[in-house]
Structures are given as structure tokens and as C-alpha cells.
Design a protein around this ligand. Sequence first.
Ligand code: IVH
Length: 705
Amino acid sequence: MDGARAVSARVRQLLELPETQEAYERLCSEVERHDRLYYISYSPEITDFEYDLLYKKLKDMEEAHPEWRVPWSPTQRVAPPLPKGTGFQRVRHKAPMLSLDNTYDMGDLSAFDGRVRKALHKALGAPDAPEAAVRARFGYVVEPKIDGIGIEVVYEKGIMVLASTRGDGEVGEDVTRNVRTIRAIPVRLAEDVDIVVRGEIFMPFETFRKLNAARTASGQPEFMNPRNATAGTIHLLEPAEVASRRLGAFFYDVPDAQEDYYSQTLKFLNRLGVPVCPDIKKASDINELKEIVAWWENRRQDLPFPIDGLVVKVDSYAHRQILGFTSKAPSWAIAYKFRAERATTVLEGIEYSVGRTGVITPVARLEPVIISGTRVARASLHNWDIVRSLDVRIGDLVVVEKAGEIIPQIVGVAPESHERRSQGLTSPVVVPDTCPQCGTPLVTVHSASGRDRQEHTQVRCPNTLQCPGQIAGRLEYFVSRKGMDIRSIGPRLIRRLVDAGLVRSFSDLYLLSEEALLELDGIQNRSASNIVNGIRISKSRPLHRLVYALGLPYTGEVGARTLAQYFVSLDRMLMSPSLPDLPDRLKELDGIGEVAARAIDEYFDDVHNMRELSRLNLLGVSVPEKKASTGSLAGFSFCITGRLSRSREDVENLIRDHGGRVVKSVSGKLDYLVAGERAGSKLTKARKLGVRVISEDELYALAGM
Ligand code: IVH
């Protein structure tokens, strides 16, 4: 027989149990135990096949004897879906769920240790020092900082009765139905105690990769990271879907712990069957802390779940009590955040990328390396000043850094490059003098860009109208998500259309026929009609999307909305050059300054641009902008803070779509602060100023969704 299908004597014995209530309960406990072994200790004793047999036997028994069924039975984890539009009930935590102060280096960690020792020394030296604290042994517990979402689970007599998200720390959402489906979290504890436990639910890397692959295959957008995927999952209305995503969980806090030391509480949690993170270590001084940090820095890549640092906590509860809390974090704990991960690899060459505005940027081609679990073969060098200041040469060993979702970057040349250089294995990076796309001699400009408005040397191709690189760049921007959002067209197809001479301008896209597309190699009937359809549908995008997609100077998403509100329709926009005082009028709009107003005015002065706009208008591209004053959020300003279940960008767009205004900072004039998980200083400030604070769900309710 096939090994995976063999059934051990032990499992066979369980399968042959008689149909009695006692046997049912035994089977129930056995399946629970195997869930724990699989999902918590990662050390299953039986095969998946054997597990399925036991599970089926349990289910069969329950069907024959529904009166035996217990709510904590492993078969009872998944409830039916909630109707669409249902919100999660808000729950106030009995005690606030605090956050942690962060440190990023040993110096800060050492300072934390100093503060803790000084405060304890002072308090314990006083004549009225609490007896328990004087007797307590001093030490730290160090554990991974799980990168998931905070959760609180309440057990009564050992049975899970409530699970809620951390929310803003004071009020979270009741997600019990979904948490029940997480097999890593027991529905029944090993002892029938009343206890509140707090921890983190997360998505293991492997599940995350599979989930994203499945989403891509079915045309849904990928989740950016496991944390977002976890937040999205725990807010699903369908428990069966939550179950299939296989979230994990670790617990690290018992607000009402009865033990003397946290390390004892962790042992107790273990005994109850509550999952606790592996490899938790103890330290008694800064040197031991340093060793533990170094140990984790080496190991973090190998973990199957995401962590973003370590948490150092004072072990004795009596000592914790003396140390106390600040407004948002305990003074007895600190998070040590890992630095971005780095790797050393060979710079194999430089590619010159031509952007939509003609700027040529150097892109590093690397010998592929794995950093933070992803393969990195290219890295941004941003601009030529950086190439110069790094003094990097082709063939050098370079240090590449990747932090979270950020594009990998070259941060320096590894010292070993000396040898390669002296052996003549390297060559200088040259700034090109002709455009790699069209051969036109390049011009060098010095301009200020980026958030810091720093001067950069830019090399630009002046062949704005003809350069295929720029044409393709503009078209890519036009069809992008924030622009006309034409998903049937990607960068590769654009390049082919440009190279085949089928498309040069935006309006050419709307004139593309299926027949023309079929001329291209490998494009079949179905995809041709898909592409043409996608383009046609984009004609009914609102004006602000078109304004963004056109790539007007100084005009990002917010500016595009402002301009679209002002012009209302493409028709009216076409009349703008006849307005003699356009720059002055533009300057009066929110967020448009002198320089931008002049540049936008020049855009409308350009005959090519105007010709293109009127072509688009004749083709019926874009629909007039809805007046903001008509939306359900009109007249109100919103500021967003903390983690939300959707991306920040989506929520901002939703507010604007409903006529609301999004602002970046909290002031007394602000109407609403939308606070998600882990809201910090903005929330504190809003509370102080008396600004109304609402949850994400309340926002949707206000918007009438
Ligand atoms: S202790 C009062 N331990 O990180 C105790 N938190 O940035 C506060 N987190 O809100 C939490 N792993 O959601 C603690 N091992 C760990 C943690 C951890 C992840 C999260 C938690 C907290 C946030 C603070």
C-alpha cells in the first residue's frame, strides 16, 4: 500500500471505537490534539490521510447522534457566511491593548535597559518598596515580534466566547466567527479556566505565496504582504474562506496573569494548549540581550512566518508594576525592530531606463540573490548623483538592501571589491550621451525633485514626440491603475504596439481594431477582443482619471481631482486656453502653487496636447466629473491613521469619491479621524483636540456603503 495511505494501529483503534457518547468525546479530544500538533507544534504524529479518516468518523458520529455534538468539536469551527454588507460588532476591550515603543539599534536598547534599571533601583531602594518586587529576580524575556494583527481572545470555563481585533487599542471588532476557524487557536482549553489572552494572528509565508498565486490566476490584486493578507482575511464574511487561508497565531500577553513571572505565564499558556512563539529566550543583562539579537538576526530568514523584530520584556510582574506605562506603551517592554535585510552580490551591468518624461535612470542588473524571501535581480539606483557618490563600478560586489515592500536598492560597494578592481574585473559606469531608445543626443539638466527637493543631475532625451521609450512610458502611465485602469493592456503589449507602429498617442489606443491586433504574433481572437473591450470600457472613466492619465505636469492623483472638479468635463477643459487668466485661476485651487499653475497653463498652450485632447473628446473618452458637493461625505474632512483592512489609497479614494476631503494631519479643524489598528500619535492628538474619531466601518456607514 502507498505509505501515505497506511493507517497506524493507534488510528485504527480509534476508528473502531464503538458508537457511544464516551467514545465520541474521546475522538473529539484526539482530533483536537492532532490539530494542536499540526498547527501549533508543527509536529504532526499522523498523516493527513489518517487525520481525514478520524475527522470523518467524528462527523459521522455527530450526524448519527446530534445530541452528543459539543460546540468545541473540531467539526464545528466553520459557521455559514454572513450576508453581504454585514459589519462586525464593535467591542470595547476591558483594558486597553497598548502598543510598544520602538528601537532600531543597540544604543537605544542599552538606553532602555539603563532606564529600567535606574527606575527599579530607585523604587526598590525606598523604604516603602513592595515586598514582592524586592524579592523578585530581575531579568528579561525576549521573543519575536510577529508581523500580523493583534487579537484578544476571551475564554470562559475554558471555552472561547469572544475574539476581537485590537482595533484602535480601546475598541476592536468582534471576529469570533472567523477566529474559531483558525485551527492554531483552541476553541476549548485543556483546563476549564476563565482567562483573557492576547496575541497576534499571522499568515505563514507559504500560505501567503499560494494565496497570491491563486489571486493572480483569478485576476484579483495580490496582497502586498502577509500582514495585509491577514487583516483582509480576518475581516471576510465567509468563515469557510477564512478557514482555507490557514492563519497561524501566537499569544504573548495575559492581562490578568496570576503568576509571578511572565515566563511562568508562557508555560501556563502552553499547558492550556494556547500557542506560544517558539524560541523565547531569557536574558539578565545588556550583553545577553545583544547575543540574543545577533542570534535572531541570523535566523529570521529561516522562519516560516513573518516577524519584524524582537520584543524585550521585563519578566517579573512585580517589577512591571513599578515601571508602569506611558500614555500608549508599557515602560517595561520595548520593540527592537530589525533593519532592512541586506545581501552582497555582483553588479553585472547597468540598464538605462527611459521614462515617460524622457529622464534616463540607471537600473542595476544584479547576479540574482534572495533577500527577505524574494529573488532580487534588479535594483534601483535612482539617479546619476547616487552612482557617483556610491562610486560603484560594473563588476563590483555591491550591498543590496530590501525593506518590506520597498524596491531593492544598492546601498554601497562591498570592501571585497578592491581585489576585483585591482584584478581589472570592473569597469566604470558611464553616463550615456545618446538615448538608448532613439539615439537622440541627450541633454543634462539639474533639477530639484523628490520629497527633499534636492538638486539632482538628470539626463534627458529631448525627443519627446518620437522616442519610443517615452511614448511607451506615457502609454503605460495612461493605462495604469490610477489612470484609465485598462487592465487588458500591460507594459509588454504596449511595447509591441509601439514597435509595430500601431499606437503612438493615447487616442490611437481608442482607434485600435481587433484586426490590427491579430496581425501581432501570438494574439488570438479572444485576447484581441478582450483588449479592445477593455479599452472601450475605459471611455466611461470620470474626468479625474483622464487628467491623471494624461500626465499633466505637477499633477498627481490629488491634483487631478482638483483640476477635474474645476473643469468638470473634457469639453470645458478644451476651452481653457481661451481663458486669459488661467494661471491665476489655477493658483486659487487647493494645493496648486505658482509653479504648477504656470506649467499646467503651458501644457494647454501646446498645440500637440490640445490636438490630442480634442481627439479624445471626439472619441467620447471620459465622463464629466461629479461635483464633490453632492457626495455623502461632502463638506467633511478626514484624516486616516493606523492600519485599515483596505489599502490607504483605496480608502482615500473612497472618501474622495463620496465628496469628502482627505487631509494629512490632525488639527482642530479636522472633522473626522479614521483610526485603524495601531493608531498612534494622531489618535492621541485628535482625542486631545476633541476631534471625532471613527472606525473604518463607521466611515463606510457615513459614506452610505
Ligand atoms: S507585547 C503591553 N509581544 O506589536 C504589551 N506585542 O507594536 C504589548 N506584537 O500591539 C504587546 N508580537 O500587536 C507584544 N511578542 C509580542 C508581539 C507583539 C507582535 C504586536 C502587538 C502590539 C504591537 C506593538
